[in-house]
Design a protein around this ligand. Structure first.
Ligand code: ATP
Length: 472
């Protein structure tokens, strides 16, 4: 029997013809770059731009969410030279006493560039702490602090005009542990779906999403808490429920932070299949992922690889091994998972790599490997990426002019103040249905709610994180 890596080691894709449908089997390079003449390979970034019409993977469910077809507006996400710094406070110790505080600025992201189109599934890879979550949060327009560079949605740099079209699934789900999956999704549907739909239609939509995301078996199970104190549905089901919560409003751009972390490879594969299905039905899907297996890797259309906040690759997932070969990094084994190889390199480790003469000029310590990859990216990939982004600005202008007229309706709340209050109150009571109610408890809850409401009355939506933490 072939080892799993061997089973996935398939020849380089032939993308010469723009009309050629991408074959699933050709999107991965598991072995030595074709022809072994790695230095001759010219890095290329494009993938088939007719992505939406690409037939889906045989195992990929194509999710349509037909109740809201009119709201699916394709979004092309472009990010150019995105950088982000944080200021940390350093307190020096002199003897037993703490000395003066000094401020240190640390760059978390350094000029990351890329483009994610409708129909594509993009993965962000990199070692822990390399900046994946920070980049994803910046792309969602949720990063507080100063982000430099440009992030545009169909050519528009204002994320607020697209906020109802962007779904964000964070690493740590915020859920009501005592509600069932069906209740959670029904309340989300009632709160987030437009007024134009009746209550029955919203409930029906929640039911449909449950079926489409394979949550039927656990629809009446409580979600449960993160801790073992109150167990509920499994980790994979929980992740799918978080995706379902975002899918209820049919976002055109879906951003997910490590949706497969802590899951077994089969469940992880199922989740990535769902994401791929969502992309194939016209959405732009971007996800961070820690260490995908080669099976998972071949489901991605594009990858952005970060090393200490610097990009070392941004482009077609299937061509990454050719590119690395072209800049002198060739795996020592014939068959290797590209994701493993990329992560090793992003960490500056070339244990599995045969390094050719070009690399010999570097000290083979980790820093110089990283530096070499960063320089190669700047020299070989960055100019082509910039050109690609510029080329697509015309397409974005068309989207922007269409989008402006819809902007005001997109940003309105879907339910009125009173309706929201009613639904939230009902949800709160249902979450606490297992508790015995005493007058004192009701008084306590009401007082805290009113005080918190007053505290955050008319506060800036960008401070939403503070509001969330108050409740925990
Ligand atoms: N607000 C902040 N304060 C302090 N450090 C921060 C802040 N935001 C990001 N960082 C630092 O920036 C770096 C990148 O963080 P980020 O969460 O983006 O990494 P990551 O690649 O997603 O990591 P992981 O895979 O472990 O989730 C980390 O070293 C982190 O400690």
């Amino acid at each position: 029997m072939m080892p799993p890596e061997q089973e996935t080691s398939i020849k380089a894709p032939n993308n010469n013809s723009p009309n050629t449908n991408r074959s699933e089997s050709s999107s991965i390079h598991g072995g030595e770059p074709e022809g072994s003449s790695s230095n001759k390979v010219k890095p290329s970034l494009d993938i088939d731009h007719t992505a939406i019409n690409i037939p889906s993977h045989p195992t990929t469910p194509v999710t349509t969410f037909s109740i809201l077809p009119q709201s699916l507006r394709p979004i092309t996400l472009k990010f150019e030279d995105v950088s982000y710094s944080i200021t940390l406070t350093n307190q020096k110790k002199s003897g037993c006493v703490l000395g003066k505080e000094s401020k240190v600025t640390r760059k978390v992201l350094n000029g990351v560039t890329g483009i994610a189109r409708p129909g594509e599934l993009t993965a962000m890879l990199g070692p822990s702490g390399s900046g994946k979550t920070t980049l994803l949060t910046a792309l969602a327009g949720r990063l507080t602090g100063k982000v430099t560079g440009t992030i545009t949605y169909n050519g528009n740099s204002d994320s607020s005009c697209m906020k109802r079209k962007i779904g964000f699934v964070s690493q740590d789900d915020v859920v009501y542990p005592h509600l069932t999956v069906l209740e959670t999704l029904t309340y989300t549907a009632l709160l987030r779906l437009p007024k134009t739909l009746t209550r029955e239609e919203k409930v029906e939509h929640a039911e449909r999403i449950i079926t489409e995301l394979g949550l039927t078996r656990c629809r009446n199970s409580p979600v449960g808490g993160c801790m073992a104190l109150f167990r509920g549905i499994s980790g994979g089901e929980r992740k799918r429920m978080s995706i379902a919560q975002e899918m209820l409003v049919n976002p055109s751009l879906l951003l997910l932070d490590e949706p497969t972390s802590g899951l077994d490879s089969t469940t992880a594969q199922l989740i990535v299949s769902v994401l791929r299905g969502l992309a194939r039905s016209g959405r732009t899907v971007v996800t961070t992922i820690h260490q995908p297996s080669s099976r998972l890797y071949r489901m991605f259309d594009k990858v952005v690889v970060l090393s200490d906040g610097y990009p070392i690759y941004s482009g077609n997932a299937g061509r990454v091994m050719d590119y690395l070969g072209s800049v002198g990094f060739v795996p020592g084994f014939n068959f290797v998972n590209p994701a493993d190889f990329l992560l090793d390199l992003a960490n500056g480790i070339i244990a599995d790599a045969k390094h050719d003469d070009e690399i010999d000029q570097y000290d083979q310590d980790q820093a110089s490997v990283k530096q070499s990859l960063i320089s190669s990216y700047k020299k070989n990939l960055y100019p082509a990426l910039k050109e690609d982004i510029q080329k697509n600005n015309i397409e974005s202008l068309v989207f922007t002019s269409q989008g402006t007229s819809r902007r005001s309706s997109d940003n309105q709340w879907n339910t009125g103040w009173w309706e929201q209050f009613r639904i939230l109150l009902k949800r709160g009571l249902q979450e606490r249905r297992h508790e015995s109610f005493s007058r004192l408890k009701i008084f306590q809850v009401l007082s805290v709610s009113i005080l918190s409401g007053l505290l955050w009355w008319h506060s800036d939506p960008s401070h939403i994180q503070d509001q969330v933490y108050v409740w925990y």
